[in-house]
Design a protein around this ligand. Structure first.
Ligand SMILES: NC(=O)c1ccc[n+]([C@@H]2O[C@H](COP(=O)([O-])OP(=O)(O)OC[C@H]3O[C@@H](n4cnc5c(N)ncnc54)[C@H](O)[C@@H]3O)[C@@H](O)[C@H]2O)c1
Length: 283
């Protein structure tokens, strides 16, 4: 196989894509577990939380799944780990090349690796800003740039970024985190328009608070973690945090060939937090 840079990698050549392939009306009736059969997906941050739930779901639907994570050991059966640090261009380029070599191509990229940051603008110093933006924003750009030469060759190319409700709502004590996710939202639109004619769809999900290690770890920093957890549940109009599986299903939809006319979209998976205004419960 010749990779996009012209290097002969010795496997079969994939058909180059000139546009996103449409799903026919006959296909549209199927919601088969194998709807991603034959496709290869990269999931960054796929070893924990939302990324792990997404990796499992994509694999269950037939995709070959490569987990790119700082800690890619001990993954469940069916997932293949590639130890990667998304803050390092060298590490990302090597991992993406290794996935392409392993699978013979790349069709789907889920840019999900991310870290939290708590505090107002007074709480976070320059090192915090550099570290969080490096992971949450530049990480998306690095992985996407490395994968694009492969995605352009896929007939079903899709990128899904994990954004957050913090991109479009004022969440207290999340100045830096919100700025990072606002950038992910803008980057999603920017990448979507840049690559629509390459046949590469780019979308994002905006989860509300999701019950993952990301949340349980930062809850430990509060004096009363149980009270803070209850407040997070109560903030959602649905009265509870979102589950990683609920976000995974939204990501899997956007990544699927069934979403072939959906690009430049932010899908809220937030229990109604962004748009619903509910009356407080009577006490
Ligand atoms: N949990 C929430 O409430 C919530 C809400 C909205 C959006 N998000 C976003 O969802 C994504 C996943 O969050 P989660 O809650 O599943 O978190 P998590 O902490 O459970 O998982 C994050 C994963 O990213 C990996 N990671 C961190 N830095 C990395 C790096 N430099 N290189 C490679 N991998 C790295 C970690 O090892 C971990 O496996 C993040 O982008 C987060 O901002 C989370």
């Amino acid at each position: 196989m010749t990779d996009p840079s012209g290097t002969d990698t010795g496997s079969d050549i994939r058909t180059a894509a000139t546009s996103t392939a449409a799903i026919s009306t006959t296909d549209a009736g199927t919601t088969a577990p194998g709807e991603l059969a034959g496709l290869t997906a990269i999931v960054t941050g796929g070893a924990s939380g939302i990324g792990l739930a997404t990796s499992r779901l994509l694999a269950a639907r037939g995709a070959r799944v490569a987990v790119l994570d700082l800690n890619a050991d001990g993954l469940p059966e069916g997932l293949t780990g590639f130890t990667t640090d998304v803050t390092s261009r060298e590490s990302v380029d090597a991992a993406v090349a290794a996935v392409a070599e392993w699978a013979g191509g790349i069709d789907i990229v889920i840019n999900n690796a991310g870290v939290s940051a708590i505090g107002t603008v007074e709480a976070n110093g320059d090192d915090d800003w550099r570290r969080v933006l490096d992971i949450n924003v530049i990480g998306v750009a690095r992985v996407s740039a490395a994968a694009l030469p492969w995605l352009r060759r896929s007939a079903h190319a899709a990128i899904v970024n994990t954004c957050s409700v913090a991109a479009s709502n004022g969440i207290p004590d999340r100045a830096l985190y919100s700025a990072s996710k606002g950038a992910v939202l803008a980057l999603t639109y920017g990448m979507a328009v840049d690559h629509v004619r390459d046949g590469v769809r780019v979308n994002c999900v905006r989860p509300g608070t999701v019950d993952t290690p990301f949340v349980s770890n930062y809850l430990k920093r509060y004096d009363d973690p149980a009270a803070e957890r209850a407040a997070l549940d109560a903030r959602q109009p649905t009265g509870r945090m979102v589950t990683p599986e609920e976000v995974a299903h939204a990501i899997a939809y956007l990544a699927s060939p069934f979403a072939s006319s959906t690009t430049g979209t932010a899908l809220d998976v937030d229990g109604g937090l962004t748009t619903l205004r509910i009356r407080p419960l009577a006490t």
